[in-house]
Ligand binder design. Sequence first.
Ligand SMILES: [Zn+2]
Ligand SMILES: [Zn+2]
Ligand SMILES: [Zn+2]
Length: 146
Amino acid sequence: MQMMQEEFNTLLEKHHLKKTGPRLSVLSVLRSRDMATSQPELEEILGKEIDRVTLYRVLSTFEEKGIIHKVLDLKGTANYAICSAKCNEHEHHDEHVHFNCTDCNHIYCLDGHVHLPEISVPKGFKSTSVNLSVYGVCSKCNKKAE
Ligand SMILES: [Zn+2]
Ligand SMILES: [Zn+2]
Ligand SMILES: [Zn+2]
């Protein structure tokens, strides 16, 4: 746990953000989960620790600064996951495949598992990010069926 605290402090410092209780709590929840987390889930996990407005602000600041990225689940709800170290306040570089489980509706970042293909765009178009999604059943849901 101590190790994690330090990692979070460094992360906030790197992005010129003050260390606040709510920020550290959100980071530790997002880091501890192997899937992306929605705001309602965060509200449930954090309980009364953070009010809704503060949580919303923490998430939007983190997204702006390149600490977390947003992925929409199958219901269109925004889910958040920790970014790669390459992300900053100017650009996100989360060019990894997202796995959407059609059973539990969770999203997993498939960081480093799959390489994204080069996507060529028509002349005059300029692409700034690529978002690839895979749909199926995650390992947890898959086990339930066995
Ligand atoms: Zn990012
Ligand atoms: Zn699942
Ligand atoms: Zn991701």
